[in-house]
Structures are given as structure tokens and as C-alpha cells.
Design a protein around this ligand. Structure first.
Ligand SMILES: [Zn+2]
Length: 179
């Protein structure tokens, strides 16, 4: 992948022109003056799966990328956050729902268009409070039957998770009680 857009031309600490140098087995941007190494890493985020019976909560994206498309409530970890806090916070911000995480469901890597590698940690969660209301960078928040999802679903990782959920629900004879 082309990383040029993300690479510092000048050292963010001392402003010297960055060079390329072998560091830890890869050629990386390095400052020849102060030794700063720019490590390029995927950005971790958390996604939340909240169900009402066989219906799953999705949000419609208010902003690019994939504006107007649907996905599970998801967001990036803040610097000082525990990933489980990220998951609960994103659920609350985007859907208005307060949730309790019940299990780790999937870990998927992917690309946030155009070129940001991400790692998304998906949790199952159950509602503990709040009221369904889109907020933050969600234009809408709604529950959809897994066999009748809106289109398009924004990201391959989310499609994969929803497909797996659909398959599991199709195999489960007793739908959980509707809330
Ligand atoms: Zn420097």
C-alpha cells in the first residue's frame, strides 16, 4: 500500500528532513538528527452488536467515507481508552443506547477508504438503558431483521460479521424474546 500520504516529510520533533532507514526489519521514515522513527500502524477501533430478537442495530453514516451507507456502530479508540469503553461509548454516542458488553464476537482488519488500515474489535452487547436515537456521526439508527438488512452495508468487515450473525440466527430455532 502506498503510505506516502501518511509519512512525515519533516520530523515532527526537530523539523529535520526525514530519511528512509531500516528499523526493526522494515524500511521506515527516520529522523537523521534526533532519531525519531515513524512507525505506521493500523488504527484500532471497536464495533458493537446490539440485538432485539433477530434484529440488529445499524447506523447510517452521516459523513464520508461511505456516507449514507449502513454499518454497525463503530469508532476509533481514543488514546487513553480501554477498548471495551470505546465500544460502550460508541454505542451510546451513535445510537443513544446504554449497553453492557456480553462477549467478544470478532476481530477484523480492513481498510478505511481511501487508505487507512484499521483493526475493528466487535462485541456483542445488550441494552441496559437509553433510548434509540441517532447521534454523533450517525444520521439514523435503526434495528433491522438480519434477513432483511438495508443496502449497502458500508464495510467488508461489517458485512462479514453480519453474514456470520445471519447464519447463526438462521440456525437458532428459538428467537430470543423481543424486547
Ligand atoms: Zn528529529
Amino acid at each position: 500500500m502506498n503510505t506516502n500520504r501518511h509519512v512525515f516529510a519533516h520530523c515532527p520533533h526537530c523539523r529535520a528532513a526525514m530519511i528512509r532507514q531500516m528499523e526493526g526489519g522494515l524500511e521506515r521514515p527516520v529522523c537523521p538528527d534526533c532519531g525519531f522513527v515513524q512507525y505506521l500502524n493500523p488504527a484500532p477501533g471497536a464495533g458493537v452488536i446490539v440485538m432485539r430478537g433477530h434484529r440488529v442495530c445499524l447506523v447510517k453514516r452521516k459523513f464520508a467515507p461511505k456516507q449514507g451507507q449502513w454499518c454497525l456502530p463503530t469508532g476509533f479508540m481514543e488514546w487513553d481508552e480501554d477498548v471495551q469503553l470505546t465500544a460502550r461509548r460508541e454505542a451510546q454516542e451513535e445510537t443513544g443506547l446504554e449497553v453492557r458488553l456480553t462477549s467478544l464476537y470478532a476481530v477484523e482488519s480492513g481498510i478505511l477508504p481511501p487508505d487507512i488500515p484499521v483493526l475493528v474489535i466487535f462485541y456483542r452487547a445488550e441494552e441496559t438503558g437509553g433510548r434509540l436515537q441517532a447521534g454523533d456521526d450517525a444520521a439514523e439508527a435503526e434495528f433491522f431483521a438480519l434477513d432483511d438488512l438495508p443496502e449497502p452495508i458500508a464495510f467488508a468487515a461489517h458485512r462479514k460479521v453480519l453474514n456470520r450473525l445471519s447464519a447463526e440466527m438462521a440456525d437458532s430455532p428459538q428467537p430470543p424474546q423481543e424486547r
